[in-house]
Design a protein around this ligand. Structure first.
Ligand SMILES: Cc1cc2nc3c(=O)[nH]c(=O)nc-3n(C[C@H](O)[C@H](O)[C@H](O)COP(=O)(O)OP(=O)(O)OC[C@H]3O[C@@H](n4cnc5c(N)ncnc54)[C@H](O)[C@@H]3O)c2cc1C
Length: 436
């Protein structure tokens, strides 16, 4: 999932300085990026105080299964945790849960963090260095009835409990044909639930995948029995008594449903950064070392927007991005070099369809599609810029995905004329190019 915007400003680029690693680091947020960062700091030899603060009450957990295995009842909250409580204790990582950071101020060379625990108690603490890993917040539906209790979003484990509670209580209308909406739709359909997806755009996953891949997956969803409506806008959640009866569309039609799942994207949580006066543009703007416009404050993951060498600012919502940026933050705090940003990748499981994307597709229209008549569920789209491979979308083609990803990660220039040969397996073609 990505958003891009042409950069307008210059990000501060001062170096860490000669003072060495900080005595205390606080990370606001405790999810994929923050937990990986804490490990990287400890494994990298950082011995100072390390605190993660989360407004969620649960031990940090994996989010991707929430729209897949969780809804199928295949995982428990315990099996979702990223690390055990013993891991944090054993590595001197202080985890403050159920606590919202309400305000941060700079003081001398550090920051003063004001927090409120869910029991209402307030605390203020001072730290040397601050990392913002505040992620993103699911967008809500601003239409009449959009605030009904059975109009749900899916971002957190608490949300996932609510969605699971509603499974089996009638037809579901999913608003938004992005990754989360489609994953939920496919999962629920697999459980035998009647599902309609209402998408305002003319293609599914419009922000993130090419038209051909979107068409392919549209057909897959329809084959699964998901009713997908494109170019369709919801205008009202129709409520009878205290229950949802339907979703009304702009053309007057009503789609029957008793639960509505809203998957219309997520907004980066930048309020703390904005209060601190940091440069924000649909995310906290960071440089290649993940430093914000105040180089002593860093940001990573879904809340951060990073400028690439082409000057385009991109905000990626993926586990890979949160993890890679956590590596960069750890290196910066430890005063080490940041290794070049590996090519980004992402996956989305939609029922039996596994989509894996490597690279950023951007506005590329030069695409080569590889299919196999013996494997109709499989499709690979290769994207080229100046006849060189820059990205790929692989559906049910994990071996091709791994081959492309590792070739791109090694910085190999993969020419178009070699890769178009549909008769030779992609892995074989790539192995030959990489061996040269
Ligand atoms: C249902 C679902 C399915 C997904 N599937 C995939 C997938 O298949 N593949 C993939 O690559 N990615 C997937 N993602 C995206 C992936 O989970 C995110 O990119 C990743 O979680 C980002 O990690 P993060 O550390 O940046 O932030 P987040 O995971 O968003 O965590 C940020 C944390 O900070 C907390 N926080 C924010 N502000 C404050 C504050 N002021 N005080 C205290 N705490 C605060 C938040 O409550 C949250 O717990 C999925 C996401 C969802 C929701």
């Amino acid at each position: 999932m990505h958003e891009s915007v042409r950069g307008s400003g210059v990000v501060a680029r001062s170096e860490q300085g000669a003072e060495g690693p900080p005595h205390s680091v606080v990370v606001v947020g405790a999810s994929h990026g923050a937990v990986h960062l804490a490990d990287q700091l400890r494994f990298g030899g950082y011995t100072g105080a390390l605190t993660l603060i989360s407004d969620e009450a649960h031990l940090p957990y994996q989010r991707p299964p929430l729209s897949k295995a969780w809804l199928k009842g295949e995982v428990t909250p315990d099996s979702l945790v990223l690390r055990t409580a013993d891991h944090y204790r054993g590595n001197g990582i202080e985890l403050i849960l159920g606590t919202t950071v309400r305000r941060i101020d700079r003081e001398n060379d550090g920051v003063v963090v004001q927090m409120r625990h869910s029991d209402g108690s307030d605390r203020t603490r001072t730290f040397d260095r601050l990392v913002l890993a505040t992620g993103a917040r699911a967008r809500r539906l601003e239409i009449p009835g959009g605030d009904h209790r059975d109009v749900l979003v899916l971002r957190t484990l608490d949300h996932a409990h609510r969605v699971a509670e509603r499974v089996g209580s009638g037809p579901v209308v999913v608003i938004g044909g992005g990754f989360v909406g489609l994953e939920v739709a496919a999962t629920l359909r697999g459980l035998g639930i009647e599902v309609t997806v209402v998408e305002a755009g003319s293609q599914l996953m419009g922000r993130a995948v090419g038209a051909g891949t979107a068409e392919f997956l549209l057909a897959a969803h329809r084959k699964m029995g998901v009713d997908v409506l494109l170019d369709t806008t919801p205008t009202e959640i129709v409520v009878d008594g205290d229950r949802i009866r339907a979703v009304r569309l702009a053309d007057g039609r009503e789609i029957a449903g008793t639960t509505v799942l809203v998957g219309v994207g997520a907004d980066p949580r930048t309020e703390l950064a904005e209060h601190l006066g940091l440069d924000c543009e649909r995310g906290v703007v960071v440089d290649d070392r993940c430093r914000s416009s105040d180089p002593r404050i860093l940001a990573l993951g879904d809340c951060a927007v990073q400028e690439g060498c082409d000057g385009v600012r991109v905000r990626l919502e993926s586990v890979d991005n949160a993890t890679e940026q956590a590596n960069a933050v750890a290196a910066t705090l430890l005063g080490r070099d940041v290794r070049g940003r590996p090519v980004p990748w992402f996956w989305s499981d939609q029922g039996a369809w596994k989509l894996q994307i490597v690279g950023l597709i951007g506005g590329n229209t030069d695409v080569v599609v590889r299919t196999d008549p013996d494997k109709p569920h499989r499709r690979v789209a290769l994207y080229f810029e100046d006849d060189v491979l820059v990205a790929a979308e692989c559906v049910n083609a994990p071996a091709d995905f791994v081959a492309v990803r590792s070739a791109l990660a090694r910085g190999r220039l993969l020419p178009r004329d070699i890769l178009v040969d549909n008769t030779v397996p992609l892995k074989k073609l790539l192995t030959a190019v990489c061996a040269e």
